[in-house]
Ligand binder design. Structure first.
Ligand code: TXA
Ligand code: MG
Length: 298
């Protein structure tokens, strides 16, 4: 399985694979045709750079220069795992992968299938989430087939992703490191290793290019509310109610199952998703980031 997938990637075809966060759509960093296929398959804007995946820290020197000691400190604590670091790139990295930026995003995933594939290919893999651009990221192999059937050579099935949302992205090229995308590795955990860390604010230059696009959204509208009182059963609308705990008519929402629930809303023909917010959900920075994006008016 892995050997065949590795051969396909080395031929320039795309293979989706599980990571601990979400499924990735993989191509070799050194294969420009493979990289072009990723953008075409996802319908991804060319100005949105890709994350380069490795199986060992030593490999990162192939793509990055002036690597700060902070990278090694973070690697020690969080890799393999759901963290992506932005470093100064080397000129050998294809512009198509970094969208022409002077920086490159790197990560070592922890899923055994991802690590086995990286070793079998023997080259770094660029891998965005394996969904159509704008749709919720895939957390199961079947989600990838739903979005990309006919566009991928293979999907390695590693079951449901443990984390369920994309990696935390931190920019190490700034004087004070900046979190560009929140994830399950929190600001507080990063500060234990790095000292003070900032969070990028929407509208500021520092934000990850991908964060300006509408994301994570099912086709049906998503509403975030405090009270469900306004929703009457009689208006004939089919609603998926989500909350921090299971209750009659309400499904439990967790980071791990967020994207699966959003996909279910479309697959089962719901008219809307209604999320009842409370302090528990609101204290989860990564989950709220995705929920707010999913609920953006279109
Ligand atoms: O968990 C993850 O990170 C998953 C798995 C497959 O590894 N990958 C993922 O990739 O979420 P993608 O392409 O869906 O999101 C990558 C994010 C985008 O917001 C992109 O703009 C940002 O990382 N990014 C990539 N390179 C960057 C760079 N050089 N500077 C700033 N942001 C960058
Ligand atoms: Mg994505």
């Amino acid at each position: 399985m892995i050997e065949k997938a590795a051969e396909a990637i080395l031929r320039g075809d795309l293979v989706a694979f599980p990571t601990e966060t979400v499924y990735g759509l993989g191509a070799s960093l050194w294969n420009e045709e493979g990289i072009a296929k990723i953008f075409r398959a996802k319908g991804r804007p060319a100005d949105n750079p890709l994350i380069v995946h490795f199986h060992s820290v030593e490999q990162i020197q192939q793509v990055a220069q002036d690597i700060p000691s902070a990278l090694y400190a973070l690697a020690e604590r969080f890799w393999p795992g759901p963290l992506t670091c932005i470093l100064k790139r080397r000129s050998c990295v294809p512009d198509s992968a970094t969208a022409g930026l002077e920086t490159v995003a790197v990560r070592i995933p922890s899923h055994p299938v991802a690590l086995a594939l990286l070793k079998a290919v023997g080259e770094p893999l660029v891998a965005p989430s394996a969904n159509l651009s704008g749709k919720p990221s895939p957390t199961r192999a079947e989600h990838v087939w739903q979005d990309l059937e006919g566009k991928v050579a293979d999907v390695l099935d590693g079951g449901a992703c443990e984390v369920g949302v994309e990696s935390t992205v931190i920019n190490l090229c700034e004087e004070i490191p900046v979190i560009l995308r929140p994830g399950v590795i929190t600001k507080e955990e990063l500060e234990e290793v790095l000292g003070p860390v900032k969070i990028a604010v929407k509208g500021e230059r520092a934000i990850a290019p991908g964060m300006k696009y509408r994301h994570y959204a099912p086709i049906c509208p998503v509403h975030l509310v405090r009270s469900l009182c306004a929703y009457s059963k009689e208006d004939g609308k089919k609603r998926l109610f989500l909350g921090s705990s299971e209750a009659p008519g309400i499904s439990r929402l967790e980071t791990r199952t967020l994207y699966q629930l959003l996909r279910k809303a479309d697959a089962e023909g719901y008219d809307e998703v209604v999320v009842q917010l409370d302090s528990k959900l609101e204290s989860d920075v990564a989950l709220m980031n995705r929920l707010l994006k999913a609920a953006e008016p279109r």
